[in-house]
Design a protein around this ligand. Structure first.
Ligand code: PEP
Ligand code: MG
Length: 916
């Protein structure tokens, strides 16, 4: 005998807590469902007696080659006795039979991914016994046929279509459409037919021994931990594979015991909008799966007040009690058996990103939770979803006017999606992943087997099911726009097309879906980014996030370093980007790539003339033409960012990027020669010659950045003049311009020593000319490993560092940033050679180590050195956390990612808070 405890009874939550050490531990041990059932029992919420076989038992079973660990089954049988005692019923006893369900339940909820079997304990004898007790033959045989079908598919692996076919035949024979129209004799007939299906498909009879049923069901639930759909789901939801599932053996209560019975699911707040209102649906005379599968049309939960008022009132009180207890929006399942209410499950409800924000903000405003908790309850990914595209109002209106709308359904998960339609998950996944198509998956309803297709899709459309159907729940969780229950849609799997309101859409054709309104259109509708300003709850939450970061002392850092959290700045090249960045909450510009301004149509010829100039005078002449353009660009930036720092980077890319490519020129020259065109030929030939002379085998490592400033100083001299003239002009207009000049691609301090003092001289000269004075900084990017390795030397000259992690990653790994992702990085990540794509998320142990070292060595020389990041990583939540830990002042990212970064910065500040 082992003294290991594998099984916990409904009233043993304290023992579980003692063993597991914390509530999180209890959830890990008993699974979320088991833990919450036990907790509900503890706080006197009516829960049918049950016991839980632990996740440890599941892991031992799977590790043992699918064998129960020693003593587990004996403990389960003992627990069953205790449940018999509590219910005053006996398992397998025809005179007073106990029936149980066998339900999976992992630590993290994985809706519908693993298996459940209801009505275990029914066999020919107990069924007859129950008929005598209940005097309701219809109900008993309804339960029995459900057991055989569920057991057959879940435990015995029989394709459930075998049972569905038989059910359809029986309904057809009777001329009815709803299951509830079948009479007792029909259901009895169905039981016999279902038994035949088992015999035909498996070669043995449906097991009559209740203990055998329970044992096989338990094994099936354990094994369902490793079925493909569960594994796929865990991968997508970042759930570890080694948690295992618990098994809950619960006393059955019957929602299908008559018209004073029913079953339903509800959320304590609206999971789509976050409104504070009970939201859910129920069905009279039905078992749980009828609601979740969307097979019968449900009623909204408030209507229950009309038919079962007492149970409804009790239900409202309990849901409130549960929300108060957990201080979180709850998603509950309940059953009413002959007017008596039983709670079968509670868990923190999944919700849309919009609802997550509203609920968090409301709960903090209700003083239910703190602002810090509210901020931590919303994930950066959810904020990202809220910035997802919406349809452009006028093109949407036009689509409606032109009669493009072909269906309307339930608005299950918000956001607009445009894609080509496919009617099964495999094709949808293949078209998305292999063909790179934007895909909309269209199904009658979805099952857990469809999740891979749903994850690959831009949007989901189903013709059946409601707001809590599988499609709706999964889509909301992953932020995929989704419309469900569009009942006018008829899918013809043979013809691979759908028909709705007379419109036919074939597989592969384009549709547009609005998951926020539930509308579906043929063709493509233009989309736009949503406006953050209109999302007041999100704005409030992000202000709280900023307040968290702004707290002095929240960061534990060496003397003199910033003790607040990170600020979020933006990468913006044009005044309109800067304005957007500011509305999105940026507190500065961390990178303005000035060369982008050179590419504008009217400027490019002047830039090219400047590059091709043979003398310094010619070059300066062209640059003088460019100067007013640059100055006015910079004025716009300073104006938009009034009072905030603006980092302007001097020209970085190799000059050939501003000239036509050698191939194009060669082709043009040859064509002209062949056609004998003389006009302009000499100029083209000269240009080709210049382009050839500038050719570099490895331009990313060639003449660019600070090297260009040394070889061809006139360009950066013009740029610095433009920056300071712009700042001075703005200053004179009363705008608080804070220019910071950034020199790219430094590798050796001597480069900076050569360039920086000359530029500072220009800055001072301009200020003198304009007779204004303002603060400014000169600093550099750290994007070459040598710069990081000699950061102390460099900080002797540079007043700030900004990590150019795009180049720093490229040069640290030796991976070309333009080619690596296409050529091998995808394979590297798939094969787990690298944990993540290092161009998306900072490689903390390599590139990150260089960054960490740079901050320390830089600040050792210059204690108030300002440090930020402006590579793509500046908007990645994991990288932001890393930047926080190494003591940076700010992260800078594209304006659209600023809100996400603000939340991520607050999460990092809270996670490592020195104020706790
Ligand atoms: C970088 O290298 O990270 C950077 C921001 O500069 P760019 O991408 O312009 O090279
Ligand atoms: Mg760079």
């Amino acid at each position: 005998m082992s003294d290991k405890k594998w099984v916990y009874l409904f009233n043993e939550v304290e023992e579980a807590e003692k063993y597991a050490g914390s509530w999180d531990g209890v959830r890990g041990l008993m699974g979320g469902k088991g833990a919450n059932l036990a907790e509900m029992t503890r706080i006197d919420v009516p829960v049918p007696p049950f016991f839980t076989i632990t996740t440890e038992a599941c892991n031992a079973y799977l590790a043992n080659g699918n064998k129960f660990p020693e003593d587990m089954w004996e403990q389960s049988l003992d627990a069953l006795k205790a449940v018999e005692k509590a219910t005053d019923k006996k398992f397998g006893d025809p005179k007073n039979p106990l029936l149980v369900s066998c339900r999976s339940g992992a630590k993290m909820s994985m809706p519908g991914m693993m298996d459940t079997v209801l009505n275990i304990g029914l066999n020919d004898e107990t069924a007859e016994g129950m008929v005598k007790i209940t005097e309701n033959e219809r109900f008993v045989y309804d339960a029995y046929r459900r057991l055989i079908a569920m057991f057959g598919s879940v435990v015995l692996g029989i394709n459930d279509e075998n049972f569905e076919e038989v059910l359809d035949e029986v309904k057809k024979e009777k001329g009815v459409t709803a299951d509830t129209d079948l009479e007792a004799s029909d259901l009895k007939d169905l039981v016999a037919k279902f038994k035949e299906v088992v015999k035909r498909e498996k070669g043995f009879d449906f097991p009559q021994d209740p203990i055998e049923q329970m044992r096989l069901a338990t094994e099936a639930v354990f094994s369902s931990w490793n079925v493909k759909r569960a594994v796929d789901y865990r991968k997508a939801a970042n759930i570890p594979d080694d948690l295992g599932t618990a098994v809950n053996i619960c006393t059955m209560v019957f929602g299908n015991a008559g018209w004073e019975s029913g079953t339903g699911v509800a959320f304590t707040r609206n999971p789509s909008t976050g409104e504070k209102e009970l939201f859910g649906e129920y069905l009279l005379n039905a078992q749980g799966e009828d609601v979740v599968a969307g097979i019968r049309n449900t009623e909204p939960i408030v209507k229950m007040n009309e038919v079962l008022p007492e149970a409804y009132k009790q239900f409202v009180d309990i849901t409130q009690k549960l929300e108060n207890h957990y201080k979180e929006m709850q998603d509950v399942e309940f059953t009413i058996e002959n007017k008596r209410l039983w709670m079968l499950q509670t868990r923190n409800g999944k919700r849309t990103a919009k609802a997550a924000v509203k609920i968090a903000v409301d709960m903090a405003n209700e003083d239910f939770i703190t602002k810090e908790e509210a901020v931590s309850r919303v994930s950066p990914e959810q904020v990202d979803t809220l910035l997802h595209p919406q349809f452009l109002a006028d093109t949407l209106a036009k689509a409606k006017k032109d009669g493009k709308q072909f269906a309307t359904g339930v608005n299950a998960s918000p956001g607009a999606a445009v894609g080509q339609i496919y009617f099964d998950a495999d094709t949808a996944e293949r078209m998305a992943n292999e063909e790179g198509q934007d895909v909309i998956m269209v199904r009658p309803f979805t099952k857990p087997d469809d999740v891979h297709g749903m994850l690959a899709a831009q949007g989901i459309l189903t013709s059946e099911g409601g707001a809590t159907s599988h499609a709706a729940v999964v889509a909301r969780q992953f932020g995929v726009p989704c419309v469900v229950g569009a009942s006018m849609v008829r899918i013809d799997q043979e013809k691979r097309q759908l028909e709705a309101n007379g419109v036919i859409v074939k597989e592969g054709e384009w549709v547009s879906l609005d998951g926020g309104t539930g509308e579906a259109f043929v063709g493509k509708i233009d989309m736009t980014a949503p406006s953050l300003e209109e999302q007041t709850d999100l704005m409030t939450l992000l202000t709280w996030a900023d307040d968290i970061c702004a707290q002095e002392g929240i960061r534990d850092v060496p003397e003199g370093w910033p003790t607040t959290g990170l600020q979020v700045w933006a990468n913006a090249d044009y005044p309109k980007d800067a304005q957007r960045a500011r509305t999105y909450g940026a507190k500065g510009i961390g990178l303005c790539r000035t060369e982008h301004m050179f590419f504008e149509q009217e400027r490019l010829p002047v830039v090219q003339r400047m590059i091709l100039a043979e003398t310094s005078e010619e070059r300066v002449e062209a640059l003088n033409e460019l100067l007013p353009h640059q100055r006015s660009d910079f004025e716009g930036l300073f104006e938009a960012m009034d009072g905030y720092p603006v980092i302007i980077r001097l020209i970085d890319p190799p000059l050939h990027e501003f000239l036509p490519s050698e191939e194009t020129l060669l082709e043009e020259v040859i064509t002209m020669r062949v056609k004998g065109e003389k006009k302009g030929l000499a100029e083209k030939e000269a240009l080709l010659e210049s382009v050839r002379s500038m050719h570099e085998s490895n331009p990313m490592m060639g003449l660019r950045g600070i090297r260009l400033s040394i070889v061809m100083p006139e360009i950066v001299e013009m740029q610095v003049r433009a920056i300071f003239e712009a700042a001075a002009n703005m200053k004179l207009k009363g705008i608080d311009a804070k220019p910071e000049v950034m020199i790219p691609l430094t590798g050796h301090v001597n480069e900076l020593n050569h360039v920086q003092p000359r530029l500072v001289k220009i800055a001072k000269a301009v200020m003198e000319e304009k007779k204004v004075d303002f603060e400014y900084k000169f600093g550099t990017m750290i994007e070459i490993p040598r710069a990081a390795l000699t950061a102390g030397d460099i900080a002797g000259v540079a007043e700030f560092f900004s990590f150019g992690t795009n180049d720093l990653t490229q040069m640290t790994f030796g991976y070309s940033r333009d080619d690596a992702e296409r050529n091998f990085l995808v394979t590297y990540v798939e094969e787990e050679i690298l944990p993540k794509n290092p161009f998306q998320s900072v490689d903390t142990s390599g590139v990150g180590r260089l960054m960490d070292m740079s901050v320390k060595e830089g600040r050792a020389v210059r204690n108030d050195l300002e440090v930020g990041i402006c590579g793509e990583h500046g908007g990645d939540p994991a990288s932001i956390e890393f930047c926080h830990t190494i003591g940076q002042n700010y992260v800078s990212c594209s304006p659209f990612r600023v809100p996400v970064a603000r939340l991520a910065a607050a999460h990092a500040a809270l996670k490592y808070s020195a104020l706790k």
